[in-house]
Design a protein around this ligand. Structure first.
Ligand code: BT5
Length: 258
């Protein structure tokens, strides 16, 4: 793991994909890899292009939140996708990415990571990864942040964790990146072939931190309380309300209720 620098050569050496990451834009520092990737779509960057940075100065989360992206410690990257589908319906790509992330991280570390709908990976409730899929028709920029070798986090992030903290030792970011990209490519092609998440639903359920839990989901139209039944093929969270009615939710912030 000498150096563990995210250089184009090191990444290409370990990469087994045919599309994702075949064109790489590697930077030392960027405001946000998603912002750079969006700009690159205008310059004709091909599908699968990877934008990666050692640090982000203004890494972003959903709803204008910040994503803490310190230098050399994590994987902060974005992929340019062009799914040739009705991209407006693609809220399911963040669900897809969280399932692929769980699979790849479990294979690399054997840690019991789970996916927390719609866009996180967690370990015992602590946030390890975040996904931000931004739709910019006909493109989707899929941004992924993974806390890899952080030994600590700022006080404002008491529920963040990293693979290093959980494993007690550092991990090669390049190897993990190659594993994540390969898994994402497999899952993305399944998604394209079937026109939805259907082939991934078994894993989405198995890896879910929420199935069977009582939750409160805050949506644009207020909070909804219910029990999580699963995820459907459009990536919606299926909630059973106290009336017995099943309500699919497209987006929202989930909080477990004891
Ligand atoms: C997310 O948003 O979780 C999406 C994060 C996506 C980050 C990637 S990095 C590469 C690409 N380029 C970008 O600019 N972004 C993407 P959300 O669900 O809104 O969660 C954001 C919240 O997570 C923040 O308000 C904090 O509470 C917390 N947070 C921020 N940084 C964190 C970190 N490094 N680890 C864990 N939690 C964090």
């Amino acid at each position: 793991m000498t150096g563990d620098i995210l250089s184009v050569d090191e990444i290409l050496e370990g990469l087994k994909t045919t599309c994702l990451g075949r064109r790489i834009y590697a930077h030392d520092s960027l405001d946000s890899t998603n912002a750079t990737a969006k700009a690159l779509t205008k310059d004709g960057a091909p599908e699968g292009s990877l934008v990666i940075a050692e640090e982000q100065k203004r890494g972003r989360g959903r709803f204008g939140r910040e994503w803490y992206s310190p230098k050399g410690l994590g994987l902060w990257f974005s992929l340019i996708l062009r799914p040739e589908k009705d991209v407006e319906k693609l809220c399911s790509l963040s669900v897809l990415a969280s399932v692929s992330l769980v699979q790849a991280i479990r294979a690399s570390t054997a840690l019991p990571v789970l996916a927390r709908w719609p866009n996180d990976c967690v370990l015992q409730g602590r946030k390890l990864c975040g996904v931000l899929a931004e739709i910019d028709p006909p493109f989707v920029v899929l941004g992924i942040g993974i806390n890899v070798n952080n030994s600590s986090f700022p006080a404002e992030l008491p529920t963040a964790t990293s693979l290093r903290k959980e494993l007690g030792k550092p991990l090669s970011r390049v190897e993990l990146l190659c594993q994540v990209l390969l898994q994402l490519e497999r899952d993305y092609s399944l998604f394209l072939q079937h026109g939805g998440l259907e082939p991934l639903l078994g894993r989405a359920r198995e890896f879910s931190s929420l199935v069977g839990e009582r939750v409160s989901v805050s949506t644009g139209e207020g909070s909804v309380l219910g029990e999580v039944l699963g995820i459907d093929e459009e990536g919606r969270l299926l909630l059973r309300l106290s009336s017995g009615k099943i309500r699919p939710l497209i987006a929202g912030e989930v909080r477990q209720v004891r």
